[in-house]
Each structure stands twice: as structure tokens, then as C-alpha cells.
Design a protein around this ligand. Structure first.
Ligand code: SF4
Length: 509
């Protein structure tokens, strides 16, 4: 039964639910769906996806739409069909149905989602796959335009990133790994945050933190033993969270001291410490970071509007970020990242452009721009209605890429998350030579990650794909079940052994 206001997605001869729902959501992000697989449509408010083999062996694909009016979009009643030869791979029929759907919804709503029908895939990976298959840029551009319906600007972005990454990733081996450490605490919770991070303000958190730190250091020691046993080569370190600088200067010294002691590569590899929120940064903590062997820090404004900062629950001003950035510069930090978010509540195109221009004027080596993602676990999810029209965010992202490239920043990694406003992307830009390698390793899923702490996920790359081992999310769980965490390090070791054998034998290559 379809409830009132629910749109029925009806399938006949196929069950491509995931792709069709995702493409429909690009146009109607807040609509709820019901699904049926018997090909029987209700009287109205449905989309039919039909795939039927014909007597001559070909396959007839048809998308029929009957949707009621919604806000400024009038009722849509239409259908389109096409025919493909029989015997093709299933995903070719699926893509054709998605194109038929996209074309009609674009025509009737005027909305043109920039990544076309690419919803569940990583666009840069797709480009890399096509490059590896021997296609040149022009061929890739043409395929992405006609098959994936991606806009010119986004194709250029994905191609540029694929080429930058190609240079950076030369010489890597299956023995490489990066170390990730998680401090799942923050000074307060931002309204859009879906991460497990705990606010440090509470008494309970204050009591748990020293115990958490001790356990984390223990996990680090065991992790270093695993890396040594498998003769892995450390390529980068990332201390993130949360906000690692919620630790006091002496706690930070203790933690970074352990990293230095257990991992001999410190000082020779990229080492990032997130100093995300200026309300947690002091000259003393920056001193500790400076002497820890860290090579990069992140100071994240998210926006340079005080009003927007207030609305997202941040207890600092834009000027605090600027002061903190200048302090770090005066202390000799020469590789700084700044994160911004496009689409924050209360922000608009002009406001976002002002934030971007302020970041550019400070000239950090990295600027990472995220499209707002609204997950169910965030406080903002309750107010999701505000987010329905993502077109201004698309404009912000387009402005970002043209302005940053004009200023000499190269895009070097890109990822999209589920529930991102308008299926848009997050992109890291850097001045040449300042690419954050860890970001590429983690987003492209091409390197082993040994991860420690609450919510951390270790990843082992095998010839046939990636395997993950999860730590418990919340600090209290992490502490209560710490013996399980150590057991999982044993599992990690076993996984690395089997991956090593598979790589040696070339299985799956
Ligand atoms: S600083 Fe980051 S991790 Fe912490 S609450 Fe805000 S968004 Fe979440």
C-alpha cells in the first residue's frame, strides 16, 4: 500500500531500486517512496521502470512518470522509452533506465544535477578506471557526457584530480600504510555533525578522557607491533577526531610522544594534526604540535560569518580563527589546511563567497570545501526542510573551483557522501607540493590504514578489494570492551598476512 504523499517506484522486469531511487532523489530530495515489483501502478504519484524482452531478442526500456505538483514544480505526466540489444550486462540496462528518468525529470523540473546519473560511484575512481583501460581525456569526456550525463565542469574537475593523483601515487606498494588516531571529543557539538564526537564540557567526559588516552596509547603500541611484524612502510599519520586539541598541552605531549616512540617514521612522513576549532588552541598546544614531528595542521573556520557560526553551535568568532591562523604562522607552521562548508543554515551564496575570499586572502596551503551533508544523527536533520533547494550550493561549489584554480590551488581529492545536499562533492584543493597525501589514501581506499581509538576503522587493501575492522564508536564502549579492541588488532594482523599472500600470488589482479 502506498501512503498518501508517498511516491510509488514501480518495477517491471527489473529491481534496480537503489539506482532509481537515488536518481529520483536528486530532483526530489525530501520525497518518501514506496516500492513495488509487480509492475502494477497506482492511479497517480508513481514512476514505472519497465524492462521487457522483445520477441526479436532486444530489450525495451520504459520510464513512465505521473507525479503531482510540488511547490513550484507543476504536475509531471510523461513517458520515454528506448530499445537496447539483448544479452548486455545488467548495469547497461540499469544505466539506460536512469538516463530515461533523468532526461524527463530534467525537462519537467528544470533541475540539472551536475554529476548526472552518477550517484553511488566515486567519479575520480571511474575516471582512473577508464584511464587504466587506455582511454584518453577526450574519450573519457565524451563517455561521461553522453553516458553518465555529467556536466562539463564536473568532468574537468574529476579529470584534473585523477591526473594529480596519478603523479602522487607513483611508487606506492601494498606494504604501505597510514596511521590514524581518533580523539572523539569536541568542545561542543556542531548542529550538522553526525560523528560520534562527545562534548568535553560534561563531567563524565572529563572523567573518561584520561582513561581514554591511556587506552589509546596502549592500542598504539600494539598497532606498532603489528606494523613491525608485517614490515609495513609508514606513509602518513593523521591525528583527527573530533578535535584532538581538546586534550590539554600535557595530554597532547603524552600522546604525540607515544607516536614518536612507537613509530620510527615520524619526522620523515606527512603527519597531520587537526587543530580544528580555535576555541581549543593555545600557544602551548601549538608548541607541543610543532615539536611532535607534525608537518601539517588543520584550522577549520567552516564559515567566516559570526552569525552562521552561532547557528551551527560554534562558540568562537571568525576573528578567532584568523587570530589562531596568524599565531600558527608566526610559530612557523608552513602547511595549514582550512575547511569550509557550502550550504550551512543561514548562509547564502554571497556569504559563502565572502568566506572563500577570506580564506584565500589568508593563503593557507590547503583549502577543503565540503557540501553540507545532513545525516539523521545530526541535530540539523530536524530542520532539513531548509535544505531542499541545493542549487545555490551547486553555484557555491562552481565558484569555489573556478576561484581556487585561478589562485593556483589544484583540486587533488574529491568524495561524495550519502545525503549530501544535491549529491554534491567535497573537494580538497592545495597549492602545488602541499597535497595532503593521507586524504587521498583514505578517500580513494588505496592504502592500508591502521586506525586506533573510538570510532576508528582499520582498512586492509587486498587485490580483490578492501576489508575493514571497526573499533567501538563511543569512548565508554571503547574502554569497557578494550580487550576486544586488542583482539581485533590480532584479527588485523591475520588480515594483513592473508592480504600479503594474495598480493604475492597475484590473486585477483
Ligand atoms: S568539530 Fe567536527 S567532529 Fe566536532 S562536533 Fe563539530 S563537526 Fe563534529
Amino acid at each position: 500500500m502506498t501512503e498518501k504523499n508517498q511516491t510509488a517506484l514501480v518495477f517491471e522486469g527489473n529491481s534496480f531500486k537503489y539506482e532509481m531511487e537515488n536518481v529520483t532523489k536528486l530532483f526530489f530530495p525530501l520525497r518518501h517512496f514506496a516500492f513495488r515489483y509487480d509492475g502494477v501502478c497506482p492511479e497517480e504519484n508513481f514512476i514505472l521502470f519497465s524492462m521487457q524482452e522483445q520477441e526479436n531478442g532486444s530489450v525495451r526500456l520504459r520510464v513512465k512518470i505521473s507525479l503531482p505538483a510540488e511547490k513550484e514544480i507543476g504536475p509531471i505526466v510523461c513517458q520515454k522509452e528506448s530499445e537496447l540489444p539483448g544479452g548486455l550486462a545488467e548495469n547497461q540496462y540499469e544505466s539506460e533506465l536512469a538516463r530515461l528518468l533523468y532526461a524527463q525529470l530534467h525537462e519537467h523540473t528544470g533541475i540539472r544535477p551536475a554529476w548526472g546519473i552518477l550517484t553511488g560511484v566515486r567519479p575520480v575512481k571511474l575516471v582512473q578506471k577508464r584511464l587504466a583501460a587506455g582511454m584518453n581525456d577526450d574519450q573519457i569526456r565524451s563517455e561521461m557526457t553522453t553516458q553518465d550525463l555529467v556536466s562539463d565542469g564536473k568532468i574537468s574537475l574529476a579529470l584534473k584530480i585523477a591526473h594529480v593523483q596519478h603523479q602522487l601515487l607513483e611508487g606506492r606498494t601494498s606494504q604501505d600504510y597510514s596511521l590514524y588516531l581518533s580523539i572523539p571529543y569536541c568542545p561542543s557539538r556542531c548542529s550538522y555533525c553526525s560523528f560520534v564526537s562527545q562534548s568535553i564540557g560534561g563531567k563524565k567526559a572529563q572523567e573518561l578522557l584520561p582513561r581514554y588516552l591511556m587506552a589509546l596509547i596502549k592500542e598504539l603500541r600494539v598497532t606498532a607491533e603489528v606494523a613491525k611484524k608485517h614490515q609495513l612502510r609508514l606513509r602518513s599519520i593523521y591525528l583527527g577526531g573530533g578535535t584532538p586539541t581538546v586534550l590539554s598541552a600535557s595530554q597532547l605531549r603524552q600522546l604525540t610522544g607515544a607516536v614518536k616512540e612507537y613509530f620510527p617514521g615520524v619526522g620523515q612522513v606527512e603527519y597531520t594534526i587537526e587543530a580544528g576549532r580555535p576555541d581549543t588552541i593555545t600557544p602551548e598546544k601549538l608548541e607541543v604540535i610543532k615539536s611532535s614531528g607534525a608537518t601539517r595542521i588543520s584550522i577549520n573556520p567552516q564559515t567566516f560569518s559570526d552569525e552562521v557560526l552561532r547557528r551551527i553551535g560554534r562558540a568562537h568568532t571568525a576573528q578567532d580563527v584568523i587570530d589562531c591562523y596568524r599565531l600558527a604562522r608566526s610559530m612557523g607552521f608552513d602547511d595549514i589546511n582550512m575547511d569550509l562548508i557550502a550550504g550551512l543554515p543561514g548562509d547564502d551564496y554571497e556569504g559563502f563567497c565572502h568566506s572563500l575570499e577570506t580564506a584565500i586572502s589568508l593563503r593557507p596551503e590547503n583549502i577543503t570545501v565540503h557540501s553540507l551533508t545532513v545525516k539523521r544523527s545530526s541535530a540539523l536533520h530536524a530542520g532539513i526542510e531548509e535544505m531542499e533547494d541545493y542549487r545555490p550550493v551547486q553555484k557555491m561549489m562552481d565558484y569555489t573551483s573556478s576561484r581556487l584554480m585561478e589562485e593556483g590551488y589544484d583540486p587533488y581529492y574529491l568524495y561524495r557522501q550519502k545525503n549530501t545536499v544535491g549529491n554534491l562533492e567535497n573537494v580538497g584543493y592545495a597549492l602545488p607540493g602541499h597535497w595532503g597525501e593521507y586524504n587521498i589514501y583514505i578517500m580513494e581506499e588505496i592504502q592500508n590504514i591502521l586506525a586506533c581509538g573510538g570510532g576508528a576503522v582499520s582498512k586492509v587493501v587486498k587485490p580483490g578489494g578492501l576489508e575493514r575492522i571497526y573499533n567501538f564508536k563511543y569512548p565508554y564502549e571503547y574502554l569497557d570492551r578494550f580487550s576486544d579492541i586488542l583482539e581485533r588488532k590480532q584479527q588485523l594482523s591475520e588480515l594483513l598476512s592473508s592480504a600479503g599472500k594474495e598480493w604475492e600470488n597475484g590473486i585477483g589482479c
